[in-house]
Design a protein around this ligand. Structure first.
Ligand code: COA
Length: 209
């Protein structure tokens, strides 16, 4: 039986990482990418950019599934807007888990989230919708990652940590057990976070930036 077709919304570097995970995952056939006007008809790892985001209404008639594949660092706004646009068009957003990742059967992952190569989501952890749990990140027991967050490569969220909706935690961060970030926070790469931070806080290890 043929695999269901999946549209990737976003056609840059993060999309290439997602393609590799989706190919390994093996349950969906990538039908094409949605990109910027100047990216139309170009290819990413062999898959063609077939439309811009104006074309989502049309694409959903042929392909039921979509995943947001743009990256997220300074703001979650674009990923959030595209997620809302895709769901309003009627796309279903699957959960993609790399076969090299471990997601506990006692954990939950929300619609449109991707768990990338080598990541671990441990027992009792909850990951919301439209999140990126990037390569080799660790989401420890009972940690909570709210919707539209990016937990970057190699980051460690210890037990009972909460990451507020729309936050970005940079590569190689460590967050102490039980600590919470507010919504829309940015934690710079390599930071150790020992105390709670408020909504929209930008933390780079010593002070606000
Ligand atoms: C926090 C971050 C988003 C800020 O980016 P930005 O707004 O472009 O700001 P800049 O990088 O220009 O940094 C501003 C200042 O803060 C300092 N700074 C930034 N991040 C820092 C960090 N993690 N630790 C210490 N200092 C840092 C910079 O040196 C710079 O100082 P200066 O003005 O004295 O030169 C960025 O530094 C970062 O951490 N990006 C994440 C990278 C990453 O994890 N990528 C993986 C994606 S999977």
């Amino acid at each position: 039986m043929s695999k269901p077709g999946l549209i990737l919304i976003g056609a840059g570097g993060h999309a290439r990482s997602c393609i590799d995970v989706i190919e390994q995952h093996g349950q969906y056939q990538i039908a094409g990418l949605v990109g910027l006007p100047e990216q139309r008809h170009t290819r990413q790892l062999g898959y063609i950019v077939i439309a811009t985001d104006d074309g989502l209404d049309e694409l959903v008639r042929s392909y039921p599934y979509a995943l947001i594949t743009i990256g997220q660092m300074q703001s979650s706004e674009r990923r959030l807007r595209l997620y809302q646009q895709a769901t309003q068009c009627g796309f279903q957003l699957p959960v993609i888990i790399a076969p090299t990742a471990h997601v506990s059967r006692h954990a939950s992952i929300g619609a449109g989230s991707i768990v990338m190569h080598g990541a671990i989501v441990n027992a009792g952890a909850r990951v919301g919708n439209n999140c990126i749990i990037n390569s080799r990140a660790l989401v420890e027991h009972d940690a909570k990652v709210e919707d539209h967050c990016h937990i970057s490569t190699g980051t460690i969220l210890n037990g009972d940590v909460t990451v507020g909706a729309g936050s970005f935690i940079g590569s190689g961060c460590i967050i102490k057990e039980g600590v919470s970030t507010g919504k829309g926070c940015i934690v710079g790469m390599g930071c150790t976070l020992r105390n709670n931070i408020a909504d929209c806080y930008r933390f780079i290890g010593h002070d606000k930036i």
